[in-house]
Design a protein around this ligand. Structure first.
Ligand code: MN
Length: 297
């Protein structure tokens, strides 16, 4: 897998007017990068985000807008408008529900939504929500960045992480050869957000595609024709089995069935998101086969 480029696939998110996203994780051959298990890139688009209350288990959602504003409401009572440069981090634990609607003008939406798989322990623990507006800013020769999660270039985000993890937005200066330091105990992925990038004389990574880098590297050399924003994700390889279905992450089929039943029956597990008149997104039907953990190839 080392050095492989993962192409995005376009996926309709649903909702009143479907917002299309470009998904690079999970990929058939690569379920996770560190504990990062889901990467959706949406926009730039005039489409609005109207995602009614829906549940999550066993994961954290990480929302990073580059343009546009998103109102987040959840079953913990949070009601927050998220703006570019700010991070929303919601820890589902055993269960939480939330909604996301675009607000404000202009309506150009552009951003990234990611999931982080929770390890045993926190995955059965309480839900939590963090809105972080003062993320560390870092810079080096030919690059600048914002540390979303974990530590990079001696700066640490206060976002809660339950496994060794890093997430950084980096902007590469036009026509410079940039050396990005990496933790050699981590595997990494680089998502080309708003342009293509070259990698150390090797592959070219097209806009919206993702480059995978296996553990063992202390740095990577990148270049871009013009100022280009990328997302660097990494972490220690996550070895717990993950059964991912709809908005749930569990360890086996039965956990997913239980979570789906609890949502469909609106038990107390997921709580209530105020302000939607009782509207929710119902779970789709379960597949006819037993769900199995995703494996690495
Ligand atoms: Mn969600």
């Amino acid at each position: 897998m080392d050095g492989r480029v993962i192409e995005p696939r376009e996926v309709p998110l649903g909702g009143l007017r479907a917002l299309n996203v470009w998904r690079t994780l999970p990929h058939r051959d690569l379920p996770t990068v560190g504990a990062w298990c889901f990467v959706d890139h949406f926009g730039p688009t005039d489409d609005v985000m109207t995602v009614l209350p829906h549940p999550h288990t066993g994961l954290q959602t990480v929302t990073w807008p580059l343009s546009g504003e998103v109102r987040h409401r959840d079953s913990l009572g949070s009601d927050v408008v998220l703006r570019p440069g700010e991070l929303n981090l919601m820890t589902a634990g055993d269960g939480v529900a939330h909604s996301e609607f675009s607000v404000g003008e202009p309506h150009v939406m552009h951003g990234i939504q990611l999931w982080v798989a929770l390890p045993d322990g926190p995955r059965s623990g309480p839900a939590a929500f963090e809105h972080i507006a003062d993320l560390p800013r870092v810079a080096g020769d030919g690059w600048r960045g914002i540390v979303l999660v974990g530590e990079f270039d001696d700066s640490r985000s206060k976002a809660t992480a339950h496994t060794p993890l890093v997430g950084v937005e980096l902007t590469l200066a036009a026509r410079s050869l940039v050396t990005i330091p990496l933790d050699p105990t981590f595997e990494h992925a680089i998502l080309a957000v708003d342009g293509s990038i070259g990698v150390g004389g090797g592959p070219q990574v097209a806009q919206r595609s993702m480059l995978y880098l296996a553990p063992g590297r202390a740095s990577v050399v990148l270049d871009a024709e013009r100022d280009t924003t990328i997302l660097l994700l990494g972490g220690e390889p996550f070895m717990e089995p993950l059964v991912m279905w709809w908005n749930f992450i569990g360890r086996d089929h039965d956990e997913i069935v239980a979570a789906r039943d609890d949502w469909q029956n609106q038990t107390r597990r997921f709580g209530h998101v105020d302000g939607h008149g009782g509207q929710i997104i119902p779970a789709p039907p379960l597949p006819q086969v037993r769900l199995r953990p995703r494996v690495r190839r």
